[in-house]
Design a protein around this ligand. Sequence first.
Ligand code: SF4
Ligand code: SF4
Length: 235
Amino acid sequence: MEQEFMEIQKNDRMPFSCGPSVSCFTECCHDLDQVLTPYDVLRLKTHLHLSSSEFLSRYTIRFTGPETGLPLVGLRPIAEKRFACPFLAEDGCTVYEDRPSSCRSYPLIRMASRSRQTGEITVRYAFFREPHCRGWESSGQHVRVAEWLENQGLEPYNVMNDRVLELIAAVNRLRPRTLSSIERDDIYTALYDTDTFLENHMATGRYVSNDNTSSYDSVLDIGLQWALERIRRLS
Ligand code: SF4
Ligand code: SF4
């Protein structure tokens, strides 16, 4: 079977099922080339009881987005184990409750875009069939796309991931591929190394620690807001 990428509607059904009983169980956790969103990083580092900087240095690779020039983070796979995910064990995912959004979605791809004029977010879906994935032939069950999204607990991920689109739009409009390395470092800290970011900014008295800062939304919102202000200020 060749790779297949096909657009699908939210109410359509896909003939797909996945779980420990499929013959290809965890195949999709190998040959990893996986980008993490800021929200993925927050969930994973919290799950592992690590500070954001410890998590980033142990498990991720940093690179620069070719389109925007923004800093991006990917999971660092284990080369000796067929480039497996560092969180993969014999019996499956060790961070299942807080696994990244792309793991939850797969084989569904969610494509979100933001209108320049109104800021409105439009979402399209596609499924991605790959030869190693046998979920397409395992049961004949047909799952509705909307059901899949709900069952995989994607709602909070999508909400938080969509907030990053505002920053991407601002960079594309005001500073496409022109961020300096210092600006990139600062934005990286604000979006991904959130503990360091909050520590630095609370020390200046700009942000006050309260109960809200411990929630995912607040932590990420503070970093995103700061990054947006910085892009706008420098433009
Ligand atoms: S986080 Fe879990 S589901 Fe995702 S690639 Fe790693 S082991 Fe697989
Ligand atoms: S069916 Fe597809 S998604 Fe499920 S374990 Fe197999 S390769 Fe991964």
